[in-house]
Design a protein around this ligand. Sequence first.
Ligand code: NAD
Ligand code: DAU
Length: 349
Amino acid sequence: MPIVWVTGGAGFIGSHLVRHLVHTQPNWHIVTIDALTYAGNLANLADLKDAPNHTFLRVNIADGPAVEKAWEAYPPDRILHLAAESHVDRSILSPLDFVHTNVLGTVTLLEMARKHWKGRTDVLFYQVSTDEVYGSLAPEDFFREGSSYDPRSPYSASKAAADHFVRAYGHTYGIPYLISNCGNNYGPYQFPEKLIPLTITHLMERKPIPVYGTGQNVRDWIYVEDHVRAIALLAEKGQRGHTYLIGARCPRPNLEIVTLLCDLYDELTGARDSRQLITFVKDRPGHDFRYAIEPSPELHALGWQPQVSLHEGLRKTLHWYLQNQAWVNAVRSGEYQSYYALQYGERLR
Ligand code: NAD
Ligand code: DAU
């Protein structure tokens, strides 16, 4: 039975991926490797606690001896690497945390692969990356396979460095790898620091919704389950050494997303005038203006298409947060309070 590690499997995208693989690959043993930072939560995997083909290990990927111990217990045939510090605003406040996990953590995993996978061609190091490594686009332009890297935030610089290390290990040591770069995911279980769940939780609490700058910055949105199906497909059928762009052709200005959420919220709950909560606040430093993805044709050739439209996805997401207030309260109860005060205290004063 192949052993498949999902690092960051207790986070937002990781938990959807673990659930998908546990259900669709009964002959794989899925091992979630996660340090359970503020962003990782075992409640995200609660429904899998009796799954015979899933194991959870609390491991920090930057801790070599801990990773070695996990390797001895569950030697992986594939590593689907999602563990990361993922929030751009936090990277502006504390860049070193991002270097530690995203760069050192990735290289620690690669070192382990170099040591244990010598000469094996049936293995895979799959680096889950972001469109932010390509920088900011002019209007009408698109990120494409082969676009040059131009990371401009500490977060994207750390992800770009990690991608480069993965390619370097592939080239130098022959480790079979593939990389995919995707845009902004949204859906259930997303930590409420990101734009969509932050907006939803503020709508529920009737608090001002902070929109950076003019709200005209564009992000390319994808429902998390669509991204996860693409990762699962590429993990099986993707070409080694290749980089895939995953996107649902859904670039939208932030203000449009926030306004849509306000209107959907009013429709679903009977609330009124939610748009009045929208509050323009001081911009994010170095805020990239526009992201838009031309998805890889090879991905479509393998049979992948996004299945969830923006409206449907936002509706599902709103529904989930309305029904999971206890989850929101639990994940926000700890460290998030001090981050929120630092990020929004001045902005929403
Ligand atoms: P997330 O912040 O929700 O989850 C990250 C997970 O990694 C958490 O469970 C956390 O506990 C774990 N983690 C953090 N540091 C760790 C460490 N040192 N050792 C072990 N585990 C650690 O992130 P997400 O939004 O689910 O993103 C997952 C991956 O996908 C990241 O690599 C991110 O760069 C990439 N990505 C995210 C998006 C997006 O829109 N969210 C888009 C493209 C790519
Ligand atoms: O593009 C993929 C990336 O998308 C991923 O690699 C990152 O892990 C993920 O966090 C996300 O990064 P963004 O910075 O685009 O996501 P965020 O939800 O933080 O912000 C989306 C947009 O909304 C961005 O233009 C900033 C803006 N924004 C965000 C917040 C939190 C606001 O206007 N107000 C806010 O309070």
